[in-house]
Design a protein around this ligand. Structure first.
Ligand code: AMP
Length: 286
């Protein structure tokens, strides 16, 4: 595995590749876990050369969010990336990505970014779309791999790629979970033992929701949300940010649960840690 900090070095190495070589990009913020590595596995199946980026992008963090304490361990990440078969690891500094304050940004507007995390994290998706556009221009991948753990992010990137004609295939990848169901996340490390226990309510209640949806036990999106709220509020440390049932990928209100796919998404705080999880329900299969 080759490592790069500078954009020009990465680009020279990419230009030296024999033509045609199918390039896959896996953008991450590091502190890697099996969720990230599953994207690499998928990329290796579909592409000849896999580039992983590790960059904790300040543009996508709000002023009161966890940019400064976001977990980082570059050497461990490099080891895991190499073991997983990453060919090029790109881990630029903040100065390399943003040598001057950036004045050009990519904004995906409309409902897709106004709902869910867009509502509770203003500016977040503009930060994401901007850094992902930069990475797309730097690496020029044929395919880029994103996890459905961040289902709204997948929808936003797909919209951006369509609207701006990026010649890139976006490959959504399934959520990887801990054996007990908790969706893997770099932020899980913030959880105390008790918070970690109570956080299980997210996956548990989403799985229960999935079963009820499959058995046609809900009349409306409101009922789904109410059920989930009740289940999540059974845990004293859980503070709900949102519980929503929306169409996917447009993220519009759902008037008929039979109009699928639908996204059931939750964001919940445990102490200072905000966790997200979701199920994507499509024709009875999730
Ligand atoms: P992050 O480092 O959190 O920005 O995540 C980088 C990429 O990994 C994003 O496309 C995420 O959706 C994806 N990802 C994070 N956690 C998981 C997970 N548990 N399962 C699948 N993909 C994930």
């Amino acid at each position: 595995m080759k490592r790069f900090i500078q954009i020009k070095d990465l680009q020279s190495a990419l230009h030296l590749q024999p033509n045609p070589v199918k390039i896959g990009l896996v953008p991450t913020m590091g502190y890697l876990h099996e969720g990230h590595l599953s994207l690499v596995k998928r990329a290796k199946k579909m592409c000849d050369l896999v580039v992983m980026s590790i960059f904790v992008n300040p543009l996508q963090f709000g002023a009161n969010e966890d940019l400064d304490r976001y977990p980082r361990d570059l050497e461990r990440d490099a080891r895991l990336a190499e073991e997983a078969g990453v060919d090029f690891l790109f881990h630029p500094t903040g100065e390399e990505m943003y040598p001057e304050p950036i004045v050009t940004q990519v904004e995906v507007s409309g409902g897709i970014t106004e709902q869910l995390c867009g509502a509770s994290r203003p500016g977040h998706f503009t930060g994401v779309a901007t850094v992902v556009s930069k990475l797309f221009h730097i690496v020029r991948p044929d395919c880029a791999f994103f996890g459905l753990k961040d289902a709204q992010q997948v929808a936003v990137i797909q919209q951006m790629v369509k609207d701006l004609n990026f010649p890139i295939t976006i490959v959504p990848c399934d959520i990887i979970r801990e054996p007990d169901g908790l969706a893997m996340s770099s932020r899980n490390i913030y959880l105390s033992e008790e918070e970690r226990k109570q956080a299980l309510i997210l996956s548990q209640s989403l799985f229960e929701t999935k079963q009820k949806l499959q058995s046609d036990l809900f009349q409306s999106a409101d009922q789904v949300n109410q059920f989930l709220r009740q289940r999540i509020e059974s845990q004293p440390l859980a503070e709900i940010d949102y519980v929503e049932t929306l169409s996917y990928p447009r993220l519009e209100p759902v008037s008929d649960l039979k109009q699928q796919p639908i996204l059931v998404a939750v964001a919940v705080r445990f102490g200072t840690t905000r966790l997200i999880d979701n199920i994507l329900f499509d024709n009875g299969s999730v």
